[in-house]
Design a protein around this ligand. Sequence first.
Ligand code: CP
Length: 293
Amino acid sequence: MQHLIDTDQLSNEQIRALFEDARRFKEKLPPPLLADRLLITLFFEASTRTRSSFEVAAKRLGAHVVHLDPGRSSTKKGETIDDTFANLCAMGPDGVIVRHSENDTPSRLAEMEMVPVINAGAGNYAHPTQALLDLYTLYEWFEGDLEGRRVAIVGDIVNSRVAASDIRLFRRMGIEVSLVAPKPFMPPATDLPQYERIEEILDDVDVIISLRAQLERHKKPIFEDYSEYARRYCITEDLLEDRGILIMHPGPVMRNIDISDEILDDPRCMVLDQVKNGVFVRMAVLKLLLLDA
Ligand code: CP
């Protein structure tokens, strides 16, 4: 049984196959490869993109999707997550897609070996399908030539599961990653180049991945006033000038704190391309886990 907890569970050959499937699905929607398969989504944290994207991907492949809203489930009556999961598995789904604030929840459920588990975001540990769709967006833009590309990740890196998964996957693919953040947002132990000022990297990067301040993970407020943070880290026209740097963001974007209104409308901004690619990449992931594996 193959699960997807982070991308290190995928071989290079599987990632190549995923990207080839995503490319084909984007060119032309496939026949219903997962007709009559059933997926359950179980999101213990809020989501716009990931949950909808998985649901659209599953439906594009002919699968059925049932969503359990944990806020209205029997976890509210004291049932453990493991028991909730076991009960859902007893209904015979072909896979369960889980998001949770704890780093180890998807891996613990996967260890029960009841159905394939797909991690849709766990704590600050991993968000594998976001990393895959980010990499696919770069792969498409740079026509497969990723070795030596330079990516700067800017923002609340220490609290970001997207940053954690991106860093692991990008470095494996030969992409050079640097980190730009104020001290409280910088991971304490990293061998990656670190910068406090965004101006220091602008002439040396091909891509900037901007991140939202993950306020829900801050035990106490880190900045009283995010306008001061925005003055230093918001991606603006004044900052970029005419540099051909691609701008990415996993969403949700805090407008004019992470990225300015003007840059969100700029052709260099890939935010909606990432979302579009996410559906095709997740279709490829579902095919891999439910059909090919
Ligand atoms: N990128 C991402 O995980 O967005 P959502 O939180 O809206 O799913």
